[in-house]
Design a protein around this ligand. Sequence first.
Ligand code: GLY
Ligand code: MN
Ligand code: MN
Length: 479
Amino acid sequence: MPMSAIAELSPATAPEAPDPQLLRRCAERRARLARRMADAGGGVAVLPTAPERMRNRDADYPYRHDSYFYYLSGFVEPQSLLVLEVERDGSSRSTLLCRPRDPEREIWDGVRFGPEAAREAFGFDAAAPIEQLDELLARMLLDRGAIWWPFGVHEALGSRVQAWLQAGRAQARAGHTVPAAQHDLCAVLDEMRLFKDEHELQVMRRAAGISAEAHRRAMRAAGSGARADLREYHLEAELLHAFRHGGAQAPAYGSIVAAGANACILHYRAGNALLRRGSLCLIDAGCELDGYASDITRTFPVGGRFSGPQRELYEIVLEAQRVAIDAVRAGARFTDPHDAALRVLAQGLLDTGLIPRDIAPDVDAVLQSGAYRRFYMHRTSHWMGMDVHDCGDYAEPGEAARELPDGSRQPASRILRPGMVLTIEPGLYVRAAPDLPAAYHDIGIRIEDDVVVRAHGACEVLTAQAPKSVAEIEQVMHD
Ligand code: GLY
Ligand code: MN
Ligand code: MN
């Protein structure tokens, strides 16, 4: 091995050095994973990053690494794979497989670390060119009890595993064995990723701050001085500008910028529709920064003043969100914020006459009958982290499901614990219909923040800098 493979990379074009804090966390996570694997007898973990995907002909989609792989490696180059060999005592050896240096390809695609420099810079125990994958794995799996890999994530990985096992079996007469057990790596990693460490929270706070600024920017563009021909894509452009200007790499998901009735289409994307002064605009958009998502929704009036009916529904959703955020406490259940929000929404639907009292006389009747679902048809929360809809069980592990009167089983909702990050995103969506008061027709409102469960007291709202009260929004839109 050269004295320093990193030193051999040209300083002008060397890949960006990894953040030492991130690398320390990745090493800790590998050690923690190794302990969990050792508890189950050890074995070899195999974790590929995401494939590169073509968009059309020669144009590819922007590359995004696999979240599990990044969580354990901090490495973002495509065509990479991490192997962790774990002994029964919990000791382990990490090997990175990645693209070898290639001066010809690097002219076209950019500089690569190459195995040696990557090993040195990222602190793996060993590294090898990705071309050696099959040969290396067939050897590493010999005489091991188990292989661990992410089930159902990577197309064709299952058949690759079979091929490595077959190759190992060919050596049976030489006295070798192959793993008799396979374990799902996701089951362990999902649980680890569900609890964010301080480094992850720091990144998520920054991502949330950039996204909050993006929402402010979009509100200002749609404020009192808004151009008359303002369209959804203009606001999408404001968001993208703020994301990149703030240092984020990409949107964490396709931005929703929905004018008027479009807000009632839950998975609407920013399109061409005109933003009519006086109508509402719903924006659900968040950036991804250094591998972590943010997820914010705000709804505001184009031109900067809520009308009476818009404000009436907005205040109901805002109050639902307030009580839901207040319900995020260590020891509470994942479903508690949803249940809290539902009661406020149900009361609001009764007060506005959107649900007539002869259909459901009170809040309990609205909830039991499900009459609210016409106006609120999604859940209030999801886990958030590296993926906007992040991994992690929503059922409390080890707690029995409850049998319902109709014979179905309801899993016990997850108990909230410090370090979990979730969204709180109630809404009301009123599609125009002859049986509904005309004043509310085509109003769609959602308000979404990202929150962290703390050990004591109220949760931390990561996205608090995005204006939310009627007064704050109107002020930003008139600045
Ligand atoms: N933006 C996706 C979601 O709110 O769940
Ligand atoms: Mn969300
Ligand atoms: Mn969202």
